[in-house]
Design a protein around this ligand. Structure first.
Ligand SMILES: [Mg+2]
Length: 214
């Protein structure tokens, strides 16, 4: 077996009908576009850190009175990618290590997939009190270009070379991690840069399509 570990992106890769869960939740909670754009640009220009960006986005939901149930109601509407469970089960049976490195939220995995399928999960965490009020969170150090760092950490945990790792993702924040994986797959892609760098581009929206390349 040439590859030993398969690492997935979450939003738009394992979970369908969302490009980024942040956008999906902002849309559902009517967070104004100009506010989102300002935070995004501040992050991209280096005026705020990822952790601060994370906090401002979560604060926007908290300030609108949104609680755990409101987030879950939106998340539960999202379908898994066609073939997702069958693909994960097949890969597990074949003996691959499975991982997620994502800039999404832990509650998306908990609600739609559970963590049982995965050996390693790197994702943002959001915290609630007993009444379901948002109390804060823990931003992932492994989003954007640092998704690549996340894959390095996971590979090291399992004593694997990066050449033995496969990455499957769909968007701009996957470009760096795709660049270091032994095999990179652009799946359901929205990013010409990712298509360009990926070893394989899969346009058919069915995750089982990846199995033929492993
Ligand atoms: Mg994605």
């Amino acid at each position: 077996m040439q590859y030993k570990l398969i690492c997935f992106d979450l939003d738009g890769t394992l979970v369908d009908d969302t490009v980024y869960i942040w956008k999906t939740l902002h849309d559902a909670f009517d967070v104004p576009e100009d506010l989102r754009r300002r935070h995004y640009e501040e992050y991209m220009n280096g005026r705020i850190t990822y952790a601060q960006w994370f906090e401002t986005d979560i604060d926007a939901w908290h300030e609108r009175g949104k609680r755990r149930d409101d987030l879950l109601a939106v998340i539960r509407q999202l379908p898994l990618m066609p073939g997702a469970i069958e693909t994960l089960d097949t890969l597990r049976q074949q003996g691959y290590k499975l991982a997620i490195v994502s800039g999404s939220l832990d509650i998306v995995i908990d609600t739609l997939l559970g963590t049982d399928h995965f050996d390693d999960v790197f994702v943002n965490h959001i915290f609630f009190d007993a009444a379901g009020n948002i109390t804060g969170g823990e931003p992932t150090p492994y989003d954007m270009e640092h998704k690549a760092t996340g894959l390095r950490v996971i590979a090291e945990r399992h004593s694997l070379q990066l050449e033995e790792c496969v990455f499957i993702g769909d968007n701009e924040n996957d470009v760096h991690i795709a660049g270091i994986a032994g095999l990179s797959v652009a799946f359901n892609s929205k990013s010409p840069r990712l298509d360009e760098i990926a070893d394989v581009v899969i346009e058919k929206k069915d995750l089982r399509e990846v199995l033929q390349y492993l």
